[in-house]
Design a protein around this ligand. Structure first.
Ligand SMILES: N[C@@H](CCC(=O)N[C@@H](CS)C(=O)NCC(=O)O)C(=O)O
Length: 222
């Protein structure tokens, strides 16, 4: 008689509902149909600095993913890990130029836009420069990144950023656009392609389920 194997444990995502970096990973997990356990890390309460959490992400940032003995503390690394480990519903195309463009856009979001408005920096500006001073700063950083991406994709975008299929670029763009619109009063009329993509993301089931207010730790949730 064959012995029953224990089912593989679900990956665990350490996330904060409002974090755009966590939001990226939630989208990737949903697109790939991976069932996962959600564990909330409250950034406003400083739980990212808890010594136990720092074993998962020494940078004191969310997200972190634990998948078996793999512990990954960066959304970009997690996305690439998921792409290799769970090849169903690929996010990166075979075509090298399109693949590079996806990676470039993901990189613009995660190194050229989001780090320039993360919680630590926004708090620093509000305290050292003045109350309300962070918003124009953030808008300026978003404008530079969005202007670049708008020009890069306006010739190739279809229903989604890279054509008619969702790809890695969408996984990174959707949370950044969502944050720009809902938190930083960004005028999206300057970026018509990105504005149109925002509408697509808001009605796509995998993206909808990843939205901040749909997460268990969102104030409006449950
Ligand atoms: N490069 C990292 C950045 C992570 C990051 O900045 N996370 C933010 C939330 S989106 C955070 O945890 N901020 C907490 C803080 O600034 O104290 C990634 O992509 O995962």
């Amino acid at each position: 008689m064959a012995s029953a194997e224990a089912p593989a444990a679900r990956p665990i995502l350490y996330s904060y509902w409002r974090s755009s970096c966590s939001h990226r990973v939630r989208i990737a997990l949903n697109l790939k149909g991976i069932d996962y356990e959600y564990r909330a890390v409250n950034l406003l309460k400083g739980e990212q600095s808890d010594p136990e959490f720092m074993k998962l992400n020494p940078m004191k940032f969310v997200p972190a993913l634990v998948d078996g003995d793999a512990v990954i503390g960066d959304s970009y690394a997690i996305a690439l890990y998921l792409e290799d480990k769970y090849p169903q519903r690929p996010l990166l195309p075979q075509d090298l130029k399109k693949k590079a463009l996806n990676i470039q856009i993901a990189s613009i979001v995660c190194s050229g836009i989001q780090p320039l408005h993360n919680l630590t920096l926004v708090r620093f500006i509000e305290q050292k420069v003045g109350t309300g001073e962070s918003i124009p700063w953030v808008q300026q950083q978003i404008d530079r990144g969005f202007t670049a991406v708008e020009n890069m994709i306006k010739g190739c975008a279809g229903k989604f950023a890279m054509g008619d299929e969702v790809q890695l670029a969408d996984v990174f763009l959707a949370p950044q656009i969502f944050a720009a619109v809902t938190r930083y009063q960004t005028d999206m009329s300057n970026y018509p392609t990105l504005a149109r993509l925002h509408g697509q993301y808001m009605t796509h089931p995998a993206f909808e389920a990843a939205l901040p207010d749909r997460q268990p730790d969102a104030p409006s949730s449950g």
